[in-house]
Design a binder for this molecule. Structure first.
Ligand code: FEO
Length: 139
C-alpha cells in the first residue's frame, strides 16, 4: 500500500478541482499511514471518517458544477462516483466487522488508491477539458 504523490499529470487544468484532489489525496495518504503504522482502531476509524466526509463533499461539489453547467457526461461521471460511494461503504463495513486486516489494506490500495488515480486521469480530466473549452469559471 503506497501513498499517492501529487504530480502534474493529475492536473485537470482547473485550480479549484485540483486543490480538492490534492486534499483528497492527503486524506487518502492519511488512511494509508494509519493502516501501515498500525494505529489503534479509534484513530483509524477517525481517519476513515475524515476521508469519507471529504470524498462526499468533493463528489457532490463536482456533480453540482456538472449539473449547473449542463455537462452531458454527468450521468456517466455520477455513476463512477456512485461506485466509489459503494466501495467506501463496503470498506467501512469491513473495518467495523473485521478491524484493520491485511485484506482491508489491500482493498484500500486496489479499490481506492488505484480508482482515485484512474478516475482523476480519465473521468475528471474530461470534465476539466469541458470547463476550459467553455471558459466556465467555477466558484
Ligand atoms: Fe474528482 Fe469525479 O471526482
Amino acid at each position: 500500500m503506497e501513498k499517492i504523490r501529487w504530480k502534474n499529470s493529475l492536473s485537470v487544468g482547473i485550480e479549484l478541482i485540483d486543490n480538492q484532489h490534492k486534499q483528497w489525496i492527503e486524506h487518502y495518504n492519511n488512511i494509508v499511514e494509519s493502516l501501515t503504522s498500525q494505529q489503534d482502531r479509534a484513530q483509524i476509524s477517525k481517519t476513515l471518517g475524515f476521508l469519507i466526509d471529504y470524498t462526499e463533499g468533493h463528489l457532490s461539489s463536482e456533480e453540482k458544477y456538472m449539473t449547473a453547467n449542463k455537462y452531458a457526461g454527468l450521468p456517466e461521471h455520477k455513476a463512477k462516483h456512485d461506485e466509489l460511494r459503494a466501495t467506501l461503504s463496503a470498506l467501512v463495513k469491513e473495518f467495523e466487522e473485521e478491524g484493520a486486516t491485511t485484506q482491508l489494506s489491500k482493498a484500500v490500495d486496489t479499490f481506492l488508491g488505484h480508482w482515485l488515480i484512474n478516475h482523476i486521469q480519465e473521468v475528471d480530466m474530461k470534465f476539466g477539458a469541458f470547463v476550459r473549452e467553455n471558459k466556465i469559471v467555477l466558484s
